[in-house]
Design a protein around this ligand. Structure first.
Ligand code: IPM
Ligand code: MG
Length: 368
């Protein structure tokens, strides 16, 4: 019996809808396995801008810090039409997310990309590639690099110029590399470290430090791959990857690509961890403002993120297994949200039923 304090960040767009379903599933887990789960909501992103004028308040950070873990939906709006994007960059929704990652020291972002047998028809790759299946973990460094370096826009002799800086020190690289190798030891014991060492100094240091860390993990096979090649390999032969270890921006881009080859970004969970058991768990997808409020968003990524929370922050492996099994079962029974419906022309053998967000949450909760 565990007493757990969970801070929820429903956020913007589809965020509140998908977080509600993850809470539903967690409540079922609590009831079935005899835990107590206490949820407190905080505002972040556009919702916080509207209510408080800033994308994340200090009070909200304090509430998150006091919890055992944080479960987040998504933040942000349409970047061309939302008034939030008329604000100075440091007051926009994304600044809240970057701030909470930094404040909570969440340097390790785990983004699993798995091809579910049941969703093979949604995979956009050719069958000769997808039939090998894939199951990879993208480990993205989350609090350094280009997204946290100094930036400014200046005007020199009437010419506008923007400067972003990409910095990594060896300690930042070492701690994420250690996490990457630790995770690889629990998986298929292969690390692909992704960099741009043919051009960037930060990548050359990355490669050197990863090599040093690898010495402590003789059982793990390490390979280095340039990021442009990796982007290509993800669609050419995704089965080759186990753990992909990479810096912040490369991981941002590659994880979206990896999620797409799984068939739907609506399936991809993520965990952002510091060096304790604390973590922030969120779907890899965005706030999808175009479908917000329609009750059609896929809650599975958020539900699987809640499963990661049970596993990584609370060591409740049995409960996490139960959530993941319930998701698989619902898919096997043919239930799909619209984003993972088979496309025209695809042959599907089982009977398929299209359901909305809340029904999908109910179906998963019922199977726990
Ligand atoms: C992500 C998102 C964020 C990021 C944005 C919203 C700042 O794209 O979590 O991948 O780039 O980290
Ligand atoms: Mg991203």
């Amino acid at each position: 019996m565990m007493e757990l304090k969970i801070t929820c960040i429903p956020g913007d767009g589809i965020g509140p809808e998908i977080v509600a379903e993850a809470k539903k599933v967690l409540n079922k887990v609590a009831e079935k396995y005899g835990h107590s789960m206490n949820f407190t909501d905080i505002l972040m992103g556009g919702a916080s801008i509207d209510a408080c004028g800033v994308p994340l308040t200090e009070e909200a950070v304090a509430v998150a810090k006091a919890a055992d873990a944080v479960l987040m939906g998504s933040i942000g709006g349409n970047t061309t039409t939302s008034p939030w994007y008329k604000l100075p960059p440091n007051l926009r929704p994304e600044a809240g997310l970057l701030k909470i990652r930094k404040e909570l020291n969440l340097f390790a972002n785990l983004r699993p990309a798995v091809l579910y047998d049941e969703l093979a028809a949604a995979c956009p790759l050719k069958e000769e590639i997808s039939k090998a299946g894939f199951d990879m973990m993208i480990m993205r460094e989350l609090t350094g690099g280009l997204y946290f370096g100094e930036r400014r826009t200046v005007e020199e002799n009437g010419v506008r110029k923007a400067i972003d800086t990409l910095t990594y020190d060896e300690n930042e690289i070492r701690r994420i590399a250690i996490k990457g190798f630790d995770i690889a030891m629990k998986r298929r014991k292969k690390v692909t470290s992704v960099d741009k060492a043919n051009v960037l100094d930060s990548s050359r240091l990355w490669r050197a430090v990863v090599e040093e860390v690898a010495k402590d993990y003789p059982e793990v096979t390490l390979e280095h791959m340039l990021v442009d090649n990796c982007a290509m390999q993800l669609v050419k032969d995704p089965a080759q990857f186990d753990v992909i270890l990479t810096e912040n921006m490369f991981g941002d881009i590659l994880s979206d690509e990896a999620s797409m080859v799984t068939g739907s970004i609506g399936m991809l969970a993520s965990a952002s961890l510091n060096d304790t058991k604390f973590g922030l768990y969120e779907p890899s997808g965005g706030s999808a403002p175009d479908i917000a409020g329609k009750g059609i968003a896929n809650p599975i990524a958020t539900i699987l993120s809640a499963a990661m929370m049970l596993r990584y922050s609370f060591d409740l492996d049995r409960e996490a297994d139960a959530v993941e099994a319930a998701v698989k079962q619902v898919l096997a029974e043919g239930y799909r949200t619209i984003d993972i419906m088979p496309q025209k022309g695809e042959t599907v053998t089982e009977e398929i039923t299209q359901v909305g967000t809340a029904r999908m949450g109910d179906l998963i909760a019922e199977r726990i």
